[in-house]
Design a protein. Structure first.
Length: 357
C-alpha cells in the first residue's frame, strides 16, 4: 500500500492504488517565476536517484514536492513512505524508523513490526522535519544510508534495503550543526541535492490560483457548491504576509467559505488578523472629480472601517480592559495602542472604563 500526501492538510494518508498521475508536478499550483524555477529544477532532480533535501518555511508545501519527485522519478509505482520526525519520543521514533522484532521491548507486537526504512525498500522514504531526529539516532540512519542495511530493534541480523531518501527541514541545518544538534556527516549524506521552496509572500501572484484550488477542495470535502472570492478579499490576501504559508491560506479559505452564505465570499468573512496589514489610504480630502481614485481606494476604506468596528466592539465587550481587548483581537497591547490612536478610539476606551464606575 502506498502513502500519498493530501496537499490540503500536508499529511500522509494510505492509498490502496498506485497513482496514475503522469506528472506529479501537476499537483504544484502556481505559475510565478520563483515557483517555476523550483519546479524546473525539481523535474531534473526527479530523474536522478540521489538524496534530496527540501528546505523552506513551515507550510510551503515541501510534502507536495516530495510526492512529485517520487511520481516523476523512474519508479513512480514503487512504495512512497513518509515519516515526520517531529512530535515523537525517541523510543517511538526509533521503532517507527527501524522497526523491531518479537520481544524487542515490553509491549512490542508478537510478530514485530517493519519500520518505515524497510517499508520503503525499492521506493522512496520521505523524512519530514529531519532536524528533529535525536542526535543519538542519527548515526543509525547514517549507517543505513551508507551501508544499505537496517537492523530492526532487538535484532543482530541486518536486512538489505535500497531506497531513495527525500528529507525536509524548516530550519537551517548548518546552524544546527554548529550548535551540535545535527551531525555534519549525515547532513552531507542527505543533501546531495537540494531544493528551496519559496514562501507564499514571495510568490503572491499565485494567490488567485491557490485560492481557487483550495476553494474547490473545500467544496468537494463538505459537499457544498463552489464559491468565488471577491476582488476585495484577494486584495486583502495580497497585503498579508502569510507566515503560515499555504497551510494558513488553506485554513483561511476553508473558514471563510464555511462562514459565508453567499456564492461570493466577501470582506465580512475576513479574519481580523488579516485586516491589520492592509494599508489604509492617505487621510486627505479627495475632490469630487477624482471618482476613479475614490473607487480604487474603496476596498481599503471598507477594510479600515471593518477593523475600526471590530476594535470598538471588543472595547465594549471587555469594558475597556486593554489586556482582554488585545487578546480578543489576537494582537499585542502595543499594536492595539497604535490602532486606538490611528482610529481616534481613545475616548471609546475611556467611556467603556467610566461606565463601570
Amino acid at each position: 500500500m502506498e502513502t500519498v500526501f493530501n496537499e490540503a492538510v500536508g499529511a500522509a494518508v494510505p492509498d490502496p492504488t498506485p497513482s496514475t498521475d503522469p506528472d506529479g508536478f501537476e499537483r504544484v499550483v502556481g505559475t510565478s517565476a520563483r515557483l517555476t524555477q523550483v519546479v524546473s529544477k525539481a523535474r531534473v532532480l526527479a530523474g536522478v536517484n540521489a538524496a534530496v533535501l527540501l528546505h523552506g518555511e513551515t507550510g510551503v508545501g515541501k510534502e507536495v514536492f516530495a510526492r512529485a519527485l517520487h511520481e516523476h522519478g523512474s519508479h513512480p509505482r514503487a512504495p512512497f513512505v513518509a515519516l515526520n520526525c517531529g512530535g515523537l519520543s525517541r523510543e517511538l521514533l526509533a521503532s517507527e524508523l527501524f522497526g523491531y522484532v518479537d520481544g524487542a521491548f515490553t509491549g512490542a507486537r508478537r510478530a514485530g513490526m517493519i519500520g518505515k526504512v524497510e517499508a520503503a525498500n525499492g521506493g522512496t522514504l520521505f523524512l519530514d522535519e529531519i532536524a528533529e531526529l535525536p542526535l543519538d539516532l542519527q548515526p543509525f540512519l547514517l549507517r543505513v544510508l551508507e551501508g544499505g542495511e537496517v537492523y530492526p530493534l532487538g535484532s543482530n541480523k541486518p536486512r538489505r534495503v535500497r531506497f531513495r531518501l527525500i528529507a525536509a527541514c524548516n530550519r537551517e541545518l548548518p546552524v544546527e550543526i554548529k550548535a551540535g544538534r545535527f551531525r555534519m556527516d549525515l547532513f552531507y549524506r542527505i543533501s546531495v541535492t537540494s531544493l528551496h521552496i519559496p514562501p507564499l509572500r514571495e510568490r503572491k501572484e499565485d494567490l488567485p490560483a491557490l485560492v481557487e484550488h483550495f476553494a474547490e477542495g473545500v467544496a468537494e470535502r463538505h459537499g457544498t457548491r463552489p464559491k468565488r472570492f471577491s476582488s476585495e478579499v484577494l486584495e486583502a490576501f495580497a497585503s498579508y504576509s502569510w507566515p503560515g504559508n499555504l497551510r494558513e491560506l488553506r485554513n483561511v479559505v476553508e473558514a471563510m467559505m464555511l462562514l459565508s452564505d453567499d456564492d461570493t465570499v466577501g470582506l465580512s468573512a475576513l479574519p481580523l488578523d488579516l485586516l491589520a496589514p492592509v494599508p489604509a489610504p492617505l487621510n486627505v480630502p479627495m475632490p469630487e472629480t477624482a471618482n476613479a481614485n475614490a473607487n480604487a481606494h474603496a476596498p481599503l476604506r471598507g477594510l479600515r472601517e471593518a477593523e475600526r468596528e471590530a476594535i470598538e466592539t471588543a472595547i465594549g465587550a471587555h469594558a475597556g480592559n486593554i489586556t482582554l481587548v488585545a487578546r480578543g483581537l489576537g494582537i499585542s497591547r502595543s499594536t492595539l495602542y497604535l490602532k486606538l490612536k490611528k482610529y481616534g478610539l481613545e475616548h471609546s476606551l475611556n467611556n467603556a472604563r467610566s461606565s463601570l464606575s
